[in-house]
Design a protein around this ligand. Sequence first.
Ligand code: ARG
Length: 569
Amino acid sequence: MSAVLPVLVAKLSNATAAAFGSQYGALDPELRPATKPEFGHFQTNLPLRMAGSLGQPPRAIAEQLVAALDLTGLCEPASIAGPGFINLTLLPETLAAGVNEPIVFAPRGERVVVDYSQPNVAKQMHVGHLRSTVIGDALCNVLRYVGYEVIRQNHVGDWGTQFGMMVEQVLHEDLQVESLDIEGLQQLYQRARKHFDADGNFVELSRARVVLLQSGDAETLAIWRQMVEASLVEFDRIYAQLGSPLTRADVVGESAYNDRLQGVVDDLAAKGLLTESGGAQCAFLPGFAGRDGSPLPVIVRKSDGGFGYSATDLAAVRHRIDDLRTDRIVYVVDHRQGLHFQQIFALCRAAGWLPEYVPAEHVAFGTVLGKDGKPFKTRDGETVRLASLLDDATSHARALLDERDALEEPARAAIAAAVGIGAIKYADLSSDRINDYVFDLDRMVAMTGNTGPYLQYAHARLSRLLTKAGWTEGSGSVGVLVTPAEQRLALLVAGFEGSVQQVAETLQPHRLCTYLYEVAAALSAFYESCPVLSSEGEVRSSRIALCVATRRVLQDGLGLLGISAPDAM
Ligand code: ARG
């Protein structure tokens, strides 16, 4: 479809110029998919937009435009609808060409940094990190698909004053950190916290320990490293279970910026961007105010002399621009950090670290809720461990397969994992990311409705049909498209590229989900009115080719979302 759309736009523009002059020909026809099948395939409201300055009724403009428009060989004659819309209906052979056309996104010669996942050392990953990981993976896939060079940056929370406290507690208890897993670390943190709150002497020791850590004391660093290592082992396990491509190579934790923090302060000071406030070094930027209207600073250096979360993010931007030479930066972080990122971006622009032509985008997402509508927690109010959620999803899917007595072992176990994990991911991706959503496993793994398993099933069913049809890789292309149902399916299948392109621009994966769901629905309608196996000749081969193209779209689309598409389920 990518080949025919620009042609239609050019023909519309030429006709507009011929009928009304070149200044009108320069207007974007804004060709959009028709909202209803009876309106054909594409629609433009150009006559409505021209009516004001031409001083003519839009329908009259539409008539003149259509008279100047020659779409022979591409579309049915254009029709005019409503107050002055122009509707275009592609010829079946144009649709067929759209399906057969190979998809090619050339390399853009541009780099994008995607900052995502970002769990914290010595803490269990929670559903917020699940969202960041799932959305981030999908966006990385899509951006790479459309031709970007993608650099993943897992900004792990591995630095800060809490580590002084924890190292001190390790020494106090004479603990072997190697023996701890993530749960053990989390408990260690809680003991250290209690100790800190109760014992003034321990507070002093912890503060001194932070200084030792930040200045590179060998013993302190060794203990800290073991904590990081034990945490990364757990993160790796979760990434593997999720099927995320994130590896150790993508981890550039907060600690990595330690040596650049002083430079951040010095540079900002030299540029006159720092003000002392209550002993802290702050940057006050125009336009940032608290609820009460008081100016809201970025605290670059705290009053105790330590650097915080903001300083690290400032250093990270500089690294990404100066060293990674990125053309675009994307942060997949929950919406509550929106203000933080707006401040970081504004300060980096003010300091000249982030050039105007490099977009920095906060890809914000909402909260995962429990069935009670409150943030998702365990019964005792603890954060839900991701690992147990993923296990639950897999056993849920497993129970459904058992019920249907589908597949033999070991396939059944493997498919259960693919379906369970796919269900969780799809549920996360399928609604607008800015919204909260309720974590409801029963609904997520359901085989009906807009769910991952529904799409996986549509794909598996196509695979089975193609096997039965004796189809072999590489054979056949769409020739004739006889019925409205197959034309509708062809139109959708040909729109894959455009749909992916849209996700790359808006960074909203739910658009791809909606698209795939429409494809699956059109496929159901196609099955109902278009027999495949029992049809004959050119109709049969064409329908098989349409099935092949549909299967490819489902498989590639799910793949971009990070969801596997098994051939049977
Ligand atoms: N580790 C943080 C958290 O768990 C998120 C970090 C987001 N990325 C960043 N560059 N600040 O909330």
